[in-house]
Design a protein around this ligand. Structure first.
Ligand SMILES: Cc1cc2nc3c(=O)[nH]c(=O)nc-3n(C[C@H](O)[C@H](O)[C@H](O)COP(=O)(O)OP(=O)(O)OC[C@H]3O[C@@H](n4cnc5c(N)ncnc54)[C@H](O)[C@@H]3O)c2cc1C
Length: 387
């Protein structure tokens, strides 16, 4: 439940967040990208500003600001540093599951900003089909033994816990979720991350081998993990991913505009912005950003008012935003020419960062298939899961 915030409280949070973005996150963005460094200082400063606890209930020390506020945080971070935005995004995607089904001490640690979490869904075997985990959970001497090969885990080795998917304890099909503490024996990072973009988000593969958790680590009912993921993870993940793409696009548009208005063709005594074809391309770019903002706003409105098309909007918004971000960053690379090709403008970093959202599960293709199914009266996942 979202708690009504007083205007001064909202303004205070917004001011301290912007201060962290301007003084800590943005100045470090180039280094985080160049060194593929996990942005630990950024996360600590954001925790200090209260950003990690905004989806936690007041009773556990959080500020319960809700999804719209989380989207605003991710958009601002996405404008400054894609890697930092993705770390916080995955935290926000996992928190609602812990809030609904996790233990009080972990909820309190998240609420007060002392605990970073993430999702460990994608697997080596079933790849982007997160709804079909191949990893196992078995009851052994009153404990639960987890074995898994996870293919991508943002903040791997940096998180305090992992919201973890496996097959159910009983039966072969379906999914169960677990809260796996970071320092559990049997948990390991099995590779490093040297990616094209989002180079600081620390997305490495992880393995669980003879990892033991207690029965109480189960998040929700055995076998009900997919329902939990669809209701508590998916809406946040998709909406926040769209906010991430939007932030990245806004920064790209601002940097592109500054280059076009500040760069001159000396022999004509004109700026690049005074060239008509440049203006046409920039108008296309700006239109994509504004359409994405309107789509995201409509999705949030649909969710908040319980509109019948809310779930359809949620399924559409990440795909729409990530495709727009691909086009916007590509246009910016063209518009800013050789200057964009070099690292000085920051546009090539955003071009690389923008490429992740399309392949983050549910991928654009999977979402388009879901939207097609939903609008053609077909079941969303039934026959896909059974395959
Ligand atoms: C930066 C980054 C951070 C990530 N962080 C996390 C994380 O924190 N937690 C986590 O669980 N995962 C994470 N992931 C993994 C992500 O969610 C996807 O699972 C992963 O990117 C998919 O890559 P893949 O090679 O396994 O995809 P594949 O499954 O091999 O898919 C490759 C392509 O084939 C398409 N495809 C696959 N199946 C079908 C189908 N049936 N029909 C049509 N098209 C299909 C896909 O859409 C995609 O375009 C992250 C990924 C990235 C890039």
């Amino acid at each position: 439940m979202t708690v009504t915030q007083s205007p001064s409280d909202l303004a205070d949070f917004s001011t301290s967040l912007q201060s962290v973005v301007d003084t800590v996150v943005a100045p470090a963005a180039r280094r985080v990208d160049a060194e593929a460094a996990f942005p630990r200082e950024n996360i600590d400063a954001l925790a200090q500003a209260g950003a990690l606890g905004i989806l936690s209930a007041a009773e556990v020390g959080g500020s319960a600001r809700g999804l719209r506020a989380a989207a605003a945080v991710i958009e601002r971070l996405g404008s400054a540093c894609g890697s930092t935005a993705m770390v916080v995004l995955m935290h926000y995607a996992a928190v609602p599951v812990i809030e609904a089904h996790g233990p009080r001490d972990v909820r309190e640690a998240i609420g007060s900003g002392r605990h970073l979490t993430t999702l460990a869904f994608s697997e080596v075997g079933s790849r982007s089909h997160f709804w079909a985990p191949m990893s196992t959970a078995k009851e052994v001497d009153g404990h639960v033994r987890l074995d898994a090969q996870k293919s991508w885990v943002t903040s791997a080795g940096q998180s305090d816990s992992y919201v973890w998917s496996s097959r159910p304890l009983t039966g072969d099909a379906g999914m169960t979720l677990w809260l796996v503490p970071a320092r559990t024996a049997g948990l390991s990072q099995t590779g490093s991350f040297d990616g094209l973009g989002l180079r600081g988000n620390g997305s490495t593969p992880m393995a669980a081998s003879d990892l033991h958790v207690s029965q109480s680590a189960m998040l929700g009912q055995d076998g009900a993990g997919l329902d939990v993921a669809l209701t508590l993870v998916l809406p946040n993940f998709l909406v926040l991913n769209a906010a991430f793409s939007l932030g990245l696009m806004e920064a790209t548009a601002t940097e592109t505009a500054a280059h076009l208005t500040g760069t001159r063709l000396a022999h004509l005594d004109q700026t690049l912005a005074q060239q008509q074809t440049v203006r046409l391309d920039f108008a296309r770019l700006r239109g994509q950003v504004d359409q994405t903002r309107a789509f995201l706003e409509d999705t949030l409105n649909a969710l908040e008012s319980g509109r019948p098309d809310a779930m359809l909007r949620v399924l559409e918004v990440k795909a729409a935003a990530s495709e727009a971000a691909l086009q916007v960053t590509d246009l910016a690379m063209k518009l800013c020419g050789g200057a964009a090709f070099r690292k000085e403008l920051g546009i090539e970093r955003r071009f690389r960062d923008a490429r992740a959202a399309r392949v983050m599960a549910p991928t654009t293709d999977a979402l388009l298939d879901f939207v097609g199914r939903a609008t053609l009266g077909l079941p969303l996942l039934e026959d896909v899961v059974a395959r």
